[in-house]
Design a protein around this ligand. Structure first.
Ligand code: KG4
Ligand code: ZN
Length: 354
């Protein structure tokens, strides 16, 4: 039963956690959301500086809460890719320095592998391969998982990620950043059927449409057009139908994600569907997925709400899995802004690939 300290600093959440045996002993996240909100999105330079400020306190906090000393740790892990380079470097350098100081192995972790592992912090998964819908601010992908570290990507968004669509639509509705929670709140009392919006299909060169791939940029443009039209038609003193626009947008995103993912699971003969990532926190999407899986006789597991958005507990679980399989990173492993999930094993090779 290894015990690990894990760090996550790939974007705008600074996070530390102590995990043991796929369980969280302590987990803390310091969000920088308010800081970035005034700029309408993440400012990389600010993100790096805030990580430097927040991380030492978070590490102290989780080590104390878990009641674990450095001597009791079996390894130290930090997200190494993909993400903002300056932000990633803060966690990576901190993790590698602590590992060196205390004579512990270091593991660099692939951020998406972390998200995939977040579901293991909930109810146990049924046996057998499963299909994961990974929906975050940077990625929208379907990944078949055949076992620890055995991934095949079956679909992706051709343009914006689902979270990016939430963030962009929130901006044009003047709801602020991050868009997901803001749209969810605005949509709560709205009518999701009031404004029909397009489902963004991806055409194939040979004709027809891709059965699973997503496209969200057209949807964003459609919402912009709708908002412009509604504002032009708005009479003095009449309220803008914000709740209905937000609910209609949320509904079409949920429908398209759930429709294509359940279709892919059935085509692939996969009986379990898993959903992870920041957008997986969305209430309407969670309900729609549960309902559709129930109708189709598929099993489902959703990442626990607390571990959908970026956190270090999921990074710790991924690192523990790698450690148990004999994976340890070269202490010189740096960070990479981009790295395909299938290339995660590179993080455990020597010499370090970057
Ligand atoms: O996984 P995550 O924390 O960071 C990335 O790895 O990208 O995901 C952040 C994304 C943001 O785009 C945010 O707007 C979205 O997740 N998000 C949500 C909700 N909470 C966060 N989207 C829809 N509904 C939510 N409740
Ligand atoms: Zn993430």
């Amino acid at each position: 039963m290894p015990t690990l300290l894990a760090l996550e600093t790939s974007c705008d959440e600074s996070a530390a956690a102590v995990v043991r045996d796929q369980r969280v002993l302590a987990s803390a996240v310091a969000s920088q959301v308010e800081e970035h909100a005034r700029w309408g999105g993440v400012v990389p330079e600010i993100a790096s500086r805030r990580h430097v400020e927040a991380l030492p306190g978070l590490i102290e906090q989780v080590m104390a809460e878990a009641d674990v000393g450095y001597g009791q740790l079996d390894a130290i892990a930090a997200t190494a890719a993909p993400g903002l380079v300056g932000a990633l470097l803060v966690g990576s350098v901190t993790g590698r320095t602590l590992a060196r100081l205390h004579g512990k192995p270091f593991l660099g972790v692939h951020h998406l592998e972390g998200h995939l592992c977040s579901v293991q912090l909930g109810e146990p998964l049924p046996p057998g391969p499963y299909l994961v819908l990974l929906v975050s601010g940077g990625h929208t992908e379907m990944i078949r998982v055949d076992g620890p570290g055995r991934y095949t990507r079956l679909a992706r968004s051709r343009d914006d990620a689902a979270g990016e669509a939430f963030d962009k639509v929130a901006r044009l509705l003047e709801l602020g950043y991050p868009g997901g929670p803001a749209i969810q709140a605005a949509a709560a009392a709205g009518d999701p059927a009031r404004f029909p919006l397009p489902k963004g299909r991806v055409s194939l060169p040979e004709g027809g449409f891709h059965p699973y791939d997503f496209s969200f940029s057209g949807l964003k443009t459609a919402v912009l057009r709708l908002v412009t039209q509604l504002r032009a038609e708005q009479r003095p003193g009449e309220a803008f139908p914000l709740a209905d626009v937000a609910a209609s947008f949320e509904q079409v995103v949920a429908d398209v994600l759930v429709e294509r993912t359940t279709r892919c699971a059935r085509d692939q003969g996969l009986e379990t569907l898993v959903m992870v990532g920041g957008v997986a926190a969305n209430r309407r999407l969670r309900q729609r997925l549960e309902q559709r899986c129930g109708e189709l006789g598929l099993q489902w597991r959703l990442a626990p709400l607390a571990y959908c958005t970026d956190n270090a507990a999921m990074v710790g679980v991924a690192a523990e899995q790698r450690l148990l399989a004999g994976g340890v990173s070269d202490i010189r492993l740096a960070v990479a802004p981009r790295l395909a999930l299938e290339q995660a094993p590179l993080l455990y090779g020597a010499p370090a690939p970057f």
